[in-house]
Design a binder for this molecule. Structure first.
Ligand code: NAI
Length: 283
């Protein structure tokens, strides 16, 4: 176990609320900072719904006991006493760097870790926005956070080894997840492999090589994947899939990371997958 007891999470959306939930379930005192009163309510509702579900499935004894350990607020200054802050706001480089600059001035403990859940922004850009780059690293969770076991730990060139090791103990011993180590490169390990795989499946569909159903069934039955690449793209969201592809291409300039025209047309049409009711499949 770590000595980390006071955790801050910035952004209470899909990922931030999940990170707050698993931290509070591990007994931590958690403060979530959101951007407006309406977003605070939405984050609270998301947390309550998820914890009630966990309670009804017998995964936790009492949702209320966990909720008591979580405050959701608008004021960033309340993070002053935190030992670990995990940023999970929208994927916008300017917004994140500005936030790290402010956070650096607010958090008083010189040993505190300032982490980001970013999927594609270089950790170094966040680290150099602070006066303590040795204490900044990427801690990349997977959706849904309470269910998926993996966390990618992403130190930048300037992260102290002690920071990475403390974050590893938090993730593994305190939260009960599994950590893998990644370099500070776009896509880290999982997305750098997954996204070109999904893009290849889209190219296969686009060229008339096979149907969506057959491509997906091929992977489910032939490679024991829980779902095929096109169904997975619908789950991730086609806009998100394309955004990650763009950041991979931006970093590596490899054709395998370019978005196929079919993906571009679907995003332009608003066919984003499950969240809009239609992507490669209709929901
Ligand atoms: P989301 O859109 O569900 O949540 C973002 C939240 O941040 C919103 O509730 C918004 O109100 C809040 N926010 C925006 N600006 C803020 C600010 N300045 N201060 C406080 N709160 C602010 O997004 P999601 O999906 O939770 O993603 C968050 C981060 O996690 C992004 O960096 C994303 O790349 C990363 N990520 C997303 C994954 C996914 O599957 N969606 C997986 C792993 C990482």
């Amino acid at each position: 176990m770590t000595d980390i007891q006071r955790v801050g999470v910035i952004g209470g959306g899909l990922m931030g609320s999940g990170i707050a939930e698993v931290s509070a379930r591990a007994g931590k005192d958690v403060i979530v900072v959101e951007s407006s009163a309406a977003a605070v309510d939405a984050a609270r509702n998301r947390l309550e719904a998820s914890l009630k579900r966990a309670e009804s499935r017998g995964k936790i004894e009492s949702a209320d006991a966990v909720l008591e350990r979580i405050q959701v607020v608008v004021d960033l200054d309340v993070l002053a006493d935190r030992q670990l802050v995990i940023e999970a706001i929208i994927e916008d480089e300017a917004a994140k760097t500005e936030l790290f600059r402010r956070l650096d001035a607010i958090v008083t403990d010189p040993d505190a870790i300032l982490a980001s859940n970013t999927s594609s922004i270089p950790i170094m850009k966040l680290a150099v926005a602070t006066q303590r780059p040795t204490h900044v690293l990427g801690v990349h969770f997977f959706n849904p956070v309470p269910v998926l076991k993996l966390v990618e730990l992403v130190p930048s060139l300037m992260t102290a080894e002690s920071t990475t090791e403390r974050a590893r103990t938090f993730v593994q011993d305190d939260l009960g997840k599994n950590a893998i180590d990644c370099q500070d490169r776009a896509g880290f390990v999982v997305n750098a492999l997954l996204i070109p795989f999904i893009l290849s499946a889209i190219r296969m569909l686009e060229s008339g090589f096979a149907t969506a159903e057959d491509i997906d069934q091929g992977f489910v039955l032939g490679a024991a994947h829980p779902q095929g690449p096109l169904a997975l793209a619908d789950l991730i969201g086609l806009d998100t899939t394309r955004a990650i592809a763009e950041s991979l291409y931006e970093e590596f300039k490899e054709p395998l990371y370019t978005a196929p025209p079919l993906l571009n047309r679907m995003v332009e049409a608003g066919l984003l997958g499950r969240k809009t009711g239609r992507g490669f499949y209709t929901y």
